[in-house]
Design a protein around this ligand. Structure first.
Ligand code: SF4
Ligand code: SF4
Length: 383
């Protein structure tokens, strides 16, 4: 058995860190069959789980950082092992001992930036609402219909600012009474938590919760599936319950209710990518597809992997901040799947997916012809 302190065996520490379900594994190997890593290089979650069982975990190995927490193997495991929790528990141990392989080191800076400025980009907190300056967006006050929480990427990333602007256009068009918290908003903390940094996650969550309560927030609209997941499924650990709505759900509701009416045609071949944290983790598969049904002229086709079997973009589990060699990017495979169904537009509704697909398209000659859009941008174009 490995001991990582003079008195504790590693299996005990993994259990203490929430990874106890490794004990259920009977080594069938299904997790490795469904894992997207094995389409680009070898990686074995089964082996990590086995090593945990025998107390032979190597916390210096880069493999403990590979899982993108895509959710594919936990939904297939016949023994109910939660591989994501096992993986996060290993990362918590590595984080505690400050052991980070080269490709993973960017998360050290990210964690510092989240602590200091509430965002992963080392941007100033005071600039968080700059995207909204020209758009006359109001500050949220108690009694408004909904708080819009754009999250870090839509607030700071120039590509994603356009999605925030499209959201505002739509909300105004539908007559939604909404506001933002601007510089008071912090990162939801979902992804840093999956890197094993529980301390930073808890700090961010408490700050956000305090601001939601102080400002009388009850309903929150989010653009990122990662914010959705965190606010909806993780913040209740702090004994709070806000109503969380993802933009794809809100669009679907607004369109079904006739509050939002497309007036222009969108005569393009479109394919929809299910983000892991919207689909597999939160079962939201129909709402974005319903939105596309309302878009006149759009010819919608499914890719080879869709809904529960969607192919991860590679950005979950904090991987969005880590180095991934070009030949190992799942996003390249996804672009090819979109091209295989002759799509002109790859539409999704997650800032990580858009970032990864856009990066991949740059190094992919045929990929550059593919438009990569958030569903919000398409709706904003046709109303
Ligand atoms: S699918 Fe489950 S039981 Fe099978 S090897 Fe993976 S963790 Fe073990
Ligand atoms: S959650 Fe996804 S990326 Fe992680 S081991 Fe399972 S299939 Fe692979």
């Amino acid at each position: 058995m490995n001991t990582i302190t003079p008195i504790k065996e590693i299996t005990d520490v993994i259990v203490e860190n929430g990874g106890q379900s490794f004990q259920l594994c009977y080594q069938c190997g299904i997790c490795d069959v469904v894992c997207p890593w094995n389409r680009v290089r070898s990686f074995s979650m089964r082996k990590l789980v086995r090593q945990a069982n025998f107390g032979l975990t190597d916390i210096e190995s880069e493999d403990i950082w590979r899982c993108t927490t895509c959710g594919n193997c936990p939904q297939r495991c016949p023994r109910g092992v939660n591989q994501i929790e096992v993986g996060v528990s290993l990362r918590r141990i590595a984080t505690e001992y400050d052991v980070f392989p080269e490709a993973v080191t960017p998360i050290i800076t990210v964690a510092d930036s989240l602590r200091a400025e509430g965002n992963p980009f080392n941007m100033e907190r005071s600039e968080r609402a700059n995207w909204a300056k020209e758009l006359n967006v109001r500050t949220f006050t108690e009694g408004m219909e909904i708080l819009y929480s754009p999250g870090c990427y839509l607030s700071y990333d120039p590509r994603m600012n356009t999605v925030a602007a499209a959201t505002v256009k739509i909300l105004n068009e539908a007559g939604v009474d909404f506001g933002i918290l601007g510089a008071k908003e912090s990162c939801c903390g979902e992804s840093i938590r999956k890197t094993g940094n529980e301390e930073v996650f808890r700090g961010l969550a408490k700050e956000n919760i305090k601001n939601f309560i102080d400002n009388g927030v009850k309903r929150i609209l989010v653009s990122s599936p990662h914010c959705y997941h965190s606010f909806k499924n993780e913040y209740p650990e702090f004994n709070v319950n806000f109503e969380i709505v993802h933009m794809s759900q809100f669009l679907s509701e607004l369109m079904d209710a006739g509050r939002l009416k497309p007036t222009k045609e969108y005569n393009k071949k479109v394919t929809y990518h299910d983000p892991c944290y919207l689909g597999r983790h939160n079962d939201i598969f129909d709402a974005p597809r319903n939105v596309l049904k309302h878009v006149l002229g759009a010819e919608v086709t499914e890719m080879a992997d869709f809904r529960e079997n969607s192919l991860c973009c590679g950005g979950g589990g904090g991987r969005i901040w880590m180095e991934t060699p070009k030949e190992e990017r799942f996003a390249d495979l996804r672009l090819q799947q979109a091209l295989d169904v002759d799509a002109e537009v790859l539409v999704t509704t997650c800032p990580y997916c858009i970032t990864n697909f856009t990066d991949s398209a740059l190094g992919f000659p045929e990929g550059q012809a593919l438009e990569i859009k958030d569903i919000t941008e398409i709706v904003a174009e046709v109303i």
